[in-house]
Design a protein around this ligand. Structure first.
Ligand SMILES: Cc1cc2nc3c(=O)[nH]c(=O)nc-3n(C[C@H](O)[C@H](O)[C@H](O)COP(=O)(O)O)c2cc1C
Length: 203
């Protein structure tokens, strides 16, 4: 995370990369998947996706999101997978189950831990978290436009008390998501209840 003098980017100087999907298609085609092709994801692709994260709406421009990106076959990946293993062992005392959590963390071409920073009040902290989720969803949608799955995980793989220290995250930050990013190697169909069931139009 850069700490030197930062030059801000103005919204009217951003350039949208050419994509074969409009925003509606990205919303409807985005899918979580848990099996990934072993193809690496070019760093430029990840950077393009992460660049969209910071354009999420955020109240008072607190920019509360923090991303820790870990590519495959790195020491960092082994370290966080080991924490996931240990955490699951502590919970279930089942080596097979713990090993499958380790493998889930090891397998995707890229993983991203997303944290949200606290605000000056509970309300600001809540707003920050909301913004961080919007930022994460930007990465999910641009992932879909890139032909990738960006699958959210908030289970055992994210819960070890040493995770923040291992990543270099600050203690008061709140984990918003662990993202598994890769070319999906399965075709998943999911379903939703139509919006009309949740929407009331008032006169
Ligand atoms: C906040 C959040 C947390 C999630 N946590 C998990 C998780 O811990 N394990 C998991 O298998 N999927 C998790 N998911 C993924 C959902 O299971 C997935 O979004 C859901 O099945 C709908 O599929 P879709 O994303 O393809 O629409 C999570 C999704 C969100 C938004």
């Amino acid at each position: 995370m850069a700490s030197e003098e930062i030059t801000k980017v103005k919204s009217d100087s951003t350039v949208a990369p050419a994509a074969g999907m409009n925003v509606y298609e990205a919303i409807y085609r985005r899918r979580s998947a848990w099996k990934y092709k072993d193809n690496p994801i070019p760093r430029e692709t990840m950077e393009r996706m992460l660049e969209t994260a910071v354009w999420a709406p955020n109240h008072r421009l607190t920019e509360p999101w923090r991303f820790f990106v870990i590519e495959k076959d790195t020491k960092a990946r082994e370290a966080v997978a080991e924490l996931a293993y240990q955490h699951q062992m502590g919970r279930f005392d089942n080596p097979q189950r713990a090993e499958s959590t380790r493998q889930a963390v090891m397998a995707p071409p890229v993983i991203i831990y997303v944290y949200s920073t606290p605000g000056q009040s509970d309300e600001a902290t809540k707003e920050n978290y909301a913004s961080t989720i919007c930022a994460t969803y930007n990465v999910s949608l641009t992932g879909a436009a890139e032909g990738l799955t960006v699958t959210w995980e908030t289970g055992g793989a994210t819960r070890h008390p040493k995770l923040k220290e291992t990543l270099g995250a600050e203690e008061e930050w709140d984990l918003a998501a662990l993202l598994y990013v890769g070319e999906p190697d399965e075709d998943i169909v999911t379903q939703r209840t139509p919006a009309q069931n949740f929407v009331k139009w008032l006169d």
